[in-house]
Write a protein that binds this ligand. Structure first.
Ligand code: ADP
Ligand code: MG
Length: 684
């Protein structure tokens, strides 16, 4: 029987007691296992350097011989500056010491010292921060020293000492968790070696090897949790199997005004298959803007209605709800499928009527905003919930809606393409379907970034497109935290443009308009009666008017990258060449990176990757998206590929019957149990 290091109090480590023990507790370290898992966040490099290889400004450690006489200047009683000439190899170097006058005696001519400090190449000068006399015990010279994140009451030196002590006493007892075949496959260090090396790497190469092993482990265990959860969830069979009438679905698909792309066919098949299974579908459909997600949703809803159930389509804005309702009606009309709209702007009476017919099953499909998930909303037989622009809905909202029906299947659609790795990280318990291609015949949108001084020419662009029968969007500057100013901007720009183009109809859309006004202007725009639509970002997602070919964004450098990509996605939806003009301040450095990303690529996945790089994962998902795990060593951007690998490995493992029963996997099953993924009976 092996000792459980997590059950062993940290006071078992020689030298850990009293006040220091309490300090460890405040760091969350109460067991030996937790101490060993408390990894350094960086290393100080004390390896001896050769002056021919260092750069100006580097922090370096060198072996030096004192050749001059120290010159000391005191400023008051504690402050001082001291200089002293030394030799490093064959080089003369001036050392500078601040407030270290107590070292003066050590700087005797001919003495050897190991000095660490900041290197000034031009002056051949080293500002010393640490000095060691070689040959004395417990030397840090020539090594990497771990740096831990500690409370003020603990010193790095003490913490290094006790982790070393803990390793001495307990390293041999650190159990392996990864299956042997994975260690072999990736040439990973055994766990006990890796943990030891993380604390005392010796050199960078070994530290990196240790890190590689622990990063893989961290990501693998995370993914195992997700994959096991999913596998068990599927087995639980608590959903409803909806019998899909395939011939009817085929007829419906054939009646569409276009043929599906291969991607659309593939994801539709995945969804239809899920609908027929007795477990709850929980699927994320992601695809770039314009990839054609709506029709996939429509087919899925059609299938569920044909199976005798109701469907719900939940969207973030009323404009989108109206648009979806219109396009679903067009498609479903010949099949006698009843749709209804449920938004916040219905009158009380209208709302009562809609709710009643939903409950009686007179309505097959309800399209709505968050009004769909209020307390008093009930369905007769809710079979499928589709959420469009999924990232706009909180996890809670989704589950509220889910609880309303008969454990409906859930399809979440997002047009903010999340790199696959991140999708499976943040939404690891979801199945992910991806639309990889755009419908045929689309021409890539041409994107330009221009300074404000070229506004005249931009306006010329508008008239060129409108004269050719196309339409244009003009997005107004975003004034952070002031919707009022946003609206004022939109009103001003609308007036200017209407003045500049007296022959065209210039429309205005902003958040302060009432829903019926918004609906009216959107309808006019989609019917081509409004030529230029001046808008705030309310049209950011989902709006689909294929005849519009020009997207102009004022003050584009104020917008986030994925937001810009969303806006650009409003054009390029039909067969005409489309353009996106970003008006940006060329002097704004942050903005410049984003403009470059936008002009470099049309690929939403690439944009998402750059966005992630520019902002970091925390920001990328927003603080509210709590699904993103906080890894200790792994970095979702840097360790991108490892994450994918770990995911595939974990998925493969849980498919193995042996995994759920075999002795070699007991540690992993124990891990899953500690994480409350399943009940103890699977451990027998
Ligand atoms: P998104 O994925 O951004 O929600 P939409 O579903 O709004 O995209 O589709 C964008 C446009 O492409 C719509 O006008 C839609 O009718 C059209 N579309 C969808 N699928 C196809 C297809 N297979 N062939 C041609 N056009 C398509
Ligand atoms: Mg859409």
């Amino acid at each position: 029987m092996s000792i459980d290091l997590y059950g062993l109090p940290v006071s078992q480590v020689v030298g850990v007691k009293g006040k220091k023990l309490e300090e460890l507790h405040t760091l969350g370290i109460s067991s030996v296992g937790q101490l060993l898992d408390y990894y350094p966040f960086r290393y100080e490099d004390y390896t001896l350097r050769d002056l021919t290889e260092v750069k100006d400004g580097d922090k370096i450690t060198v072996q030096a011989k004192i050749v001059g006489i120290p010159q000391l200047q005191m400023y008051g009683r504690t402050k001082s500056r001291m200089t002293c000439k030394v030799m490093v190899d064959t080089w003369f170097v001036t050392t500078v010491w601040f407030n270290r006058h107590f070292m003066k005696d050590k700087l005797a001519s001919g003495a050897e010292l190991v000095l660490t400090g900041k290197w000034d190449q031009k002056r051949s000068q080293l500002t010393v921060t640490e000095a060691e006399i070689p040959g004395q015990g417990n030397s840090q010279t020539g090594t990497l020293q771990p740096v831990y994140s500690l409370t003020a009451a603990l010193t790095q030196k003490w913490f290094r000492q006790i982790t070393r002590q803990a390793l001495l006493q307990f390293a041999e007892l650190i159990p392996e968790v990864l299956p042997a075949e994975l260690l072999r496959r990736y040439d990973l260090l055994p766990r006990k070696t890796a943990v030891s090396l993380l604390h005392m790497p010796g050199d960078l190469a070994r530290g990196q090897r240790a890190r590689r092993r622990m990063v893989y482990e961290e990501l693998f265990l995370f993914q195992l949790k997700m994959q096991a959860y999913r596998a068990l969830n599927h087995k639980r069979a608590d959903g409803v199997a909806h019998p899909v009438d395939l011939p009817a679905v085929r007829t419906f698909v054939r009646s569409l005004p276009f043929t599906l792309t291969d991607s659309q066919k593939k994801v539709t098949a995945e969804i239809l298959d899920d609908l027929q299974q007795p477990y709850c579908m929980n699927r994320l459909l992601q695809g770039d803007v314009g990839a054609g997600k709506t029709v996939v949703a429509a087919i899925s809803l059609f299938a569920v209605v044909k199976a005798g159930y109701q469907g719900a389509l939940m969207v973030p804005t009323e404009i989108l709800a109206e648009q979806h309702k219109r396009s679903l009606d067009r498609l479903f009309e010949p099949y006698g499928i009843q749709t209804a709209l449920l938004t916040g702007s219905l009158t009380a009476k209208q709302r009562r009527e809609v709710l009643a017919s939903m409950q009686m099953g007179l309505v097959d499909i309800v399209v709505g905003t968050h009004a769909l998930i209020q307390e008093d909303v009930f369905f007769r037989a809710l079979g499928l919930v589709v959420t469009d622009e999924q990232h706009r809905f909180g996890v809670n909202q989704r589950s509220v809606l889910r609880r309303k029906g008969m454990n409906p299947d859930v399809l979440s659609m997002t047009a903010t393409p999340i790199p696959r790795t991140l999708a499976i990280t943040a939404f690891g318990d979801l199945d992910v379907s991806t639309l990889r291609e755009l419908p045929k015949g689309r021409k890539p949108i041409l994107t330009y970034s221009v300074p404000h001084s070229l506004l005249e020419r931009v306006l010329g662009f508008i008239s060129r497109e409108v004269e050719a029968g196309r339409q244009a969007y003009v997005i107004c500057p975003l004034i952070e935290e002031s919707e009022k100013l946003d609206v004022q901007n939109a009103i001003d720009i609308h007036a200017q443009l209407q003045f500049a183009f007296p022959a065209y109809r210039v429309g205005l859309l902003h958040g302060r308009m009432n829903p019926s006004e918004k609906d009216e202007i959107m309808r006019e725009f989609s019917e081509g009666r409004v030529h230029v639509l001046v808008s705030t970002t309310v049209i950011e997602v989902g709006v689909d008017v294929p005849n519009s070919t020009l997207m102009i964004v004022y003050d584009a450098d104020r917008f986030g990258l994925s937001q810009l990509h969303q806006l650009r996605g409003r054009v390029g939806r039909g067969e005409h060449q489309s353009y996106c003009v970003l008006i940006a301040d060329p002097k704004n450095e942050v903005g410049k990176e984003r403009m470059k990303a936008m002009t470099d690529t049309n690929d939403g996945f690439e944009i998402a990757r750059r966005d992630l790089e520019l902002r970091g994962p925390g920001d990328f998902f927003g603080t509210k998206q709590s699904g993103v795990p906080d890894f200790r060593l792994a970095d979702m951007v840097v360790d991108f590929e490892t994450m994918e690998q770990a995911r595939d490995d974990a998925a493969e493992l849980v498919r193995l019957a042996d995994f759920w029963t075999g002795a070699p996997y007991l540690p992993l099953r124990a891990f899953l149990q500690r994480e409350h993924i399943f009940d103890s009976d699977l451990l027998d």
